[in-house]
Design a protein around this ligand. Structure first.
Ligand code: ZN
Length: 249
C-alpha cells in the first residue's frame, strides 16, 4: 500500500468512526432529551429519586387546576397556604388536598412583608395564628412551615430567635433548592422552564418552589410540561411531610 492509499484508508476509517459516534450520540440522546420552552437539555433518566414540588401563596382560583394536573400525573405536592386566602369557598379544595395525598403547610396569615416582618416575632405570630385558624376552623394539623420570602431574607430581624421559636412550637421549616422564580419580576414561560430545568436535575432531593397564587396562571399553565419532564426523567413525587427539615442555615 502506498502512502496515498494508506492516507485514504485512514481517512475512511476516521469518517466511519465519526459517523458511528454521531449515530450512537443521536440514539442515546433521543431517549433522554427533553424539550422545554426554549431550551433542550440531556438528562440521565434513571434513579432520579424523589422531587418535592411546593406551591406557595394559595389557595386561589388556580389551585383546583393544579390539583387536576397533579392527579393526571399521579404526583403529590406540598401547599404552603396563606391564612387570609383560606375561606370557606376553598373548604372542598383543602379536603381534596388531604384526600389526594398532598401536604398542607403554613406560610403566614397575611402575605404582607410589612406586617409579617414588622418586628422580631411578628412572622412567628403570623404562622402560629394561621396554624390555630386552620386547626380550629377546618381541623387541619400541620407541622410544616415556610417563611414568606424564605428563611434567608433581608426582612427577618432575628433569624436565630425565629427558628428557635418555630422549633419549640414543633414546626419544621422548609426553604427550597430549586426556584421557578415565578413570583418575581415578569416571568415568562421560557424563564420559568429555564429556572427549573436543568437545575432540578443537579440537586439531590430537589425541593422546587412554585406558586399557585392569584397571579400565577403561567405556572399553572406550564405545570403539565413540568410534570411531563420530571416523569420522563424518572422522578417520583413526594410531600415535605415525608422529608427532613430543610432550610438555609
Ligand atoms: Zn409567599
Amino acid at each position: 500500500m502506498n502512502n496515498s492509499n494508506h492516507e485514504r484508508l485512514i481517512r475512511g476509517m476516521l469518517l466511519m468512526l465519526v459517523c458511528l459516534l454521531i449515530y450512537l450520540g443521536v440514539n442515546v440522546n433521543v431517549k433522554n432529551t427533553f424539550i422545554t420552552d426554549g431550551s433542550t437539555f440531556k438528562g440521565e433518566g434513571e434513579n432520579a429519586g424523589t422531587v418535592y414540588l411546593t406551591f406557595d401563596d394559595g389557595p386561589s382560583k388556580y389551585t383546583e387546576t393544579v390539583l387536576d394536573t397533579l392527579k393526571q400525573y399521579n404526583a403529590v405536592a406540598t401547599f404552603f397556604l396563606v391564612g387570609d386566602s383560606v375561606t370557606d369557598e376553598y373548604e372542598g379544595t383543602l379536603k381534596r388536598m388531604q384526600d389526594e395525598g398532598h401536604a398542607i403547610g403554613l406560610h403566614c396569615s397575611c402575605h404582607s412583608y410589612n406586617k409579617v416582618y414588622s418586628d422580631t416575632s411578628s412572622c412567628v405570630k403570623s404562622i402560629l395564628d394561621e396554624r390555630e385558624f386552620l386547626r380550629n376552623r377546618y381541623g387541619i394539623e400541620s407541622d410544616l412551615c415556610r417563611l414568606p420570602g424564605g428563611s434567608t431574607n433581608v426582612f427577618i430581624k432575628n433569624k436565630k430567635e425565629v427558628v428557635e421559636t418555630l422549633h419549640s412550637e414543633g414546626l419544621k421549616i422548609f426553604d427550597w433548592n430549586v426556584t421557578a422564580e415565578d413570583s418575581v419580576g415578569v416571568p415568562t414561560a421560557e424563564s420559568i422552564m429555564k429556572n427549573i430545568f436543568p437545575d432540578v436535575y443537579n440537586k439531590e432531593e430537589p425541593i422546587v418552589l412554585m406558586h399557585d397564587g392569584v397571579n400565577n396562571k403561567l405556572t399553572v399553565d406550564l405545570l403539565p410540561q413540568i410534570l411531563q419532564n420530571l416523569t420522563e426523567y424518572g422522578y417520583k413525587f413526594g410531600t415535605l411531610a415525608e422529608r427532613d427539615e430543610f432550610f438555609y442555615k
